[in-house]
Design a protein around this ligand. Structure first.
Ligand code: RIB
Ligand code: CA
Length: 313
C-alpha cells in the first residue's frame, strides 16, 4: 500500500505530541511531508519548539518543522496553559531541541507542497486552530482544489464546549479561520469532542505505555499523567481524552470511527456562542453536507493501535 502523504498542522500540546509520534511510527500508512506549527495551546515559539522536541524523541531529526502563524486571523490569541502547562509539554523534563527549524514560513510550505505534489495526493491534518490552513487558502486559492482531504480535530455538538459552554478550543481560538476551512469545499472529516471524549486514558492504558520500557513510552505516560488532571477535575472523568491522535488513527484504521456526512457551520458573530460548530446532525436544514462529523470510536481498538505503534519507537 502506498503511504498517504500528509502535512500535520499542530499546536503541541501533549495530545498533539502523541499524534505526531503515532504518525511517525506508521510509515506503511503515512508519509509525513512536514509539520507546521501554529499558535494555540501555547504561543508559536513554544509550539514550534515542542514539535521539534517530539520529532527528536521519535528519532526523526530529518522531519521538516516549520513555524506558521503566531496569532488568529482576526482576534487576540487565547492559549491553554491551564491544560497543557507553561511549556505545552509539561509532565516529563524535556531538553531543548537541537534539530533545525525550517526558515520557510509554514503557510508557504503548505502552499508550495500542494502546488508541487500531484493534485489529490496530500491530506492536511490540523490538530490545533485552523489559522495556517485558512491563511494558505486565502493567500493561494488555487491550492484548495488540490487538497485530497482534511482530517482535523475540532468542534463539538452533543459534547458541547470545553473552552466555553458552546465552543471547543481549536475552533474557538480562530473561528474566522474555521469558517474558511469548513466552507472551502474540501472533503472534510471532523474528530469532535463527541468522539475524543470517548477515548479516555485509564490507569491500565497509561501503564501499557510505561510498560514499554522505552523513552517514548515513559514520555507518553508522563504527558498523559499531567494532561489528564484537568479533565478529571473538570468532568470528574476517569481519565483524559487523547484528542489529536484520533486524527492519525483515522488515517491508519478508519474503521475505528463512525459518523455522519452533515452540514457544519461555524459561529463567528455571537460573543456568547463564538466558535460553536453548529452541526446539523439530524438533517433539519438543507444546508450543504460539508463535513463527515464523527460520533463514535472503538476506544479499545484505538488504544491497542497506539500501544502497538508507539512500541515501535
Ligand atoms: O479541544 C482539544 C484540542 O485543543 C486539542 O487539539 C488540544 O491539543 C487543544 O489544541
Ligand atoms: Ca492540538
Amino acid at each position: 500500500m502506498t503511504p498517504r502523504k500528509i502535512i500535520i498542522d499542530t499546536d503541541p500540546g501533549q495530545d498533539d505530541a502523541v499524534a505526531i509520534l503515532l504518525a511517525l511510527a506508521s510509515p506503511e500508512e503515512i508519509e509525513v511531508l512536514g509539520i507546521t506549527a501554529v499558535a494555540g495551546n501555547v504561543p508559536l515559539a513554544l509550539t514550534e519548539r515542542n514539535a521539534r522536541i517530539v520529532c527528536e524523541l521519535a528519532g526523526r531529526r530529518d522531519v521538516k518543522v516549520f513555524a506558521g502563524c503566531d496569532r488568529p486571523l482576526a482576534r487576540p490569541l487565547v492559549t491553554a496553559e491551564h491544560v497543557h502547562g507553561k511549556t505545552g509539554l509539561d509532565g516529563p523534563p524535556m531538553a531543548e531541541p537541537t534539530m533545525p527549524l525550517q526558515a520557510q514560513h509554514g503557510v508557504d510550505f503548505i502552499i508550495e507542497t500542494l502546488r508541487r505534489e500531484a493534485p489529490g495526493t496530500v491530506t492536511l491534518c490540523p490538530l490545533g486552530p485552523l489559522t495556517n490552513v485558512a491563511t494558505a487558502f486565502e493567500r493561494a486559492p488555487d491550492v484548495i482544489g488540490r487538497v485530497a482531504q482534511i482530517v482535523l480535530m475540532g468542534g463539538a455538538y452533543f459534547e458541547v464546549g470545553n473552552i466555553t459552554p458552546a465552543a471547543e478550543f481549536n475552533i474557538f481560538v480562530d473561528p474566522e479561520a474555521a469558517k474558511i476551512v469548513f466552507g472551502a469545499g474540501v472533503p472534510l472529516t471532523v474528530m469532535p469532542l463527541d468522539v475524543t471524549h470517548k477515548a479516555l486514558t485509564t490507569r491500565e492504558r497509561i501503564d501499557a505505555f510505561r510498560a514499554m520500557g522505552s523513552t517514548v513510552g515513559d514520555h507518553v505516560a508522563a504527558w498523559t499523567d499531567f494532561f489528564e488532571r484537568f479533565d478529571m477535575e473538570k468532568y470528574g472523568s476517569e481519565g483524559a481524552p487523547l484528542h489529536d491522535p484520533c486524527v492519525i488513527a483515522f488515517l491508519i484504521r478508519p474503521e475505528l470511527f463512525t459518523g455522519r456526512l452533515i452540514n457544519v457551520e461555524i459561529e463567528t458573530a455571537s460573543e456568547l456562542t463564538l466558535g460553536m460548530t453548529v452541526a446539523d446532525w439530524w438533517g433539519i436544514t438543507n444546508r450543504p453536507r460539508n463535513a463527515k462529523f464523527m460520533g463514535e470510536i472503538a476506544a479499545e481498538g484505538f488504544y491497542a493501535l497506539l500501544a502497538e505503534r508507539l512500541a515501535r519507537l
